[in-house]
Write a new protein. Sequence first.
Length: 241
Amino acid sequence: MKKLIISVFVALIFVSCSSKISSQGKLVFFKKIQLNIPEPSGITSFNNTLFIVSDKNGTVYKTSLDGEILQKIKLKYDDLEGITIDKSTQNFWVVDESKRTLLILNSNGEILQKIKIKGKQQHKNNGLEGVCFVDDENSLVVLNEKQPKQLLVLNLKGEITRKIDLNFSKDISGICFDESSNSFWVVSDESQLILNISKKGELIKSYNIPVKKAEGIVIISNKLYVVSDSENALYIFKKPS
């Protein structure tokens, strides 16, 4: 009986370890592009261009896929941490972390609406981060960086309809939605990870990345674009199949 208990215990350890190992993956690195953008902190794409926000000067930068600046939109908000685009209206949704606010902008940078997101944060730097659309649900998803680390599902009025705790990394700092796999790709600044997460908040796979202060992520075709806040750089990886 004792031998049987030990065997079962060993088997459980093996299964647990195998499970952890299977959740790890490797990314193919393509290239790093230096950006002329101070502290890039969020990224999205539309029509083969990138839109990157800076949390240093409150500016939205439109760039080519190689990081060449094509347009600048200056806002009167200094703590911009995430950006996404509503493809149906071509309006931008931008996150201001310290004010815990979503800004809706047109392509000229005019603020159409400001939405305060409910919730308290212990520190101005522990609040709202990345944002993305889930088109088939007509909803938004916003990250709360830590304390708690949460994925917040919002309706288009900015009301929180669901909260999902994420405990796979030290923090969560950027997000995009992958229509092809119906899942999220999330970056962690402090853990230097990319996490592929289901809509229910389950970890599908994690990937170590050599990126300091990864603050935003977006998918274009078969590539993952990640911005580094501290390096003012854009990293490009092959998206796992």
